[in-house]
Write a protein that binds this ligand. Sequence first.
Ligand code: COA
Length: 248
Amino acid sequence: MSDLIEIARDGAVQTIRFNRPDKKNAITGDMYAAISAALTAAEADAGVRVHVLFGSGGVFTAGNDLADFLRSGSILADSGNITRFLKLVAGLEKPLIAGVDGLAVGVGTTLLMHCDMVYASPTSWFQTPFTALGLVPEAGSSLIGPRIMGHAFAFELLVAGGKFSAEKALMSGLLNSVIPSEALEAETMKAAARLAGLPPEAVKISKRLLKGDAAAVAQRIDDEVALFAERLHSEEAQAAVRAFFQRS
Ligand code: COA
C-alpha cells in the first residue's frame, strides 16, 4: 500500500489521509489504488460504519498528479485505477465525510460532490481548472455538480474554472459548514462518530435513497473518462500540462 496514503481507525470510523504535502497531495495511480483498497476493505468490514477523508500539511489535494498526464498513454494505463476509484466512491454504501483544510483542486473538489457531508476551514478554496488544461469535468461532476449547486454555480466552477472560497462553496451547497482550522478535524470526527452511532442499515438505505440513480452516475463517469482521455492526448492539453511544469 502506498505510504502517501495514511489509513487509520478510530472506533467505527476509518480515516483516509492524503499524505504527500510536498506535492500538494497530488494523487498518483498508486495512491488511487491504495484509497480504493482501503475503502473496499472498510465497506466489507461490519466494524466500520463511516469513511472520513483528510488532507495534510494545510492542503486537501491538488487533484490528479499532472506528471501522470504527461506520460505517453498514461491515462489509458492508469485510468483503470482512476475509474475504479471514482466508481467506488460514487457507489459507497457507508457514509463518506470530508474535512478540507486548504486547497482542493480538480478531483480534490469533484470528489467532495460524492461525500455525504463536507466540512472546511475558512481559508480553504476549491477549483477545477479542467478547461484551462484543455480537459473536461470528471468524477460524474457534470451530472452531480448542477444537481448540488444549480447550473450557474456548477458552470462557474466546472467550466469557467472559477475559484470558490469556503464561503462561496458553502453558499453553493458543496459544504455543510465552515469550521476554524484548529477544530476542523476534531469536529469532522465528532460528526462521523455521531453518524456511526446510528443504526447502520437504516443509514445505508437512507443514503441510497438520497443518492438516487447510481447507474446513471456510473455511466456519466464512463462517458467523462472517455472524453477526458481523448482530450488528454490533444495538443491543447499536452501544452497546458507542459506549461505547468515549465513555470519559473
Ligand atoms: N500534479 C503534480 N504535481 C503537483 C500538482 C499536481 N496536480 N500540484 C502541485 N504539484 C507540485 C508542484 O509541481 C510542486 O512541485 P516541486 O516543488 O517539485 O516543483 C509542488 O507540488 C508545490 O506546488 P506549487 O505549484 O509550487 O505550489 P503553489 O502553492 O504555488 O500552487 C497549486 C498550488 C495547487 C495552485 C498549483 O500547484 C497548481 O495549480 N497545481 C495543479 C493543479 C491542477 O491542475 N490539478 C489537476 C486538475 S485536473
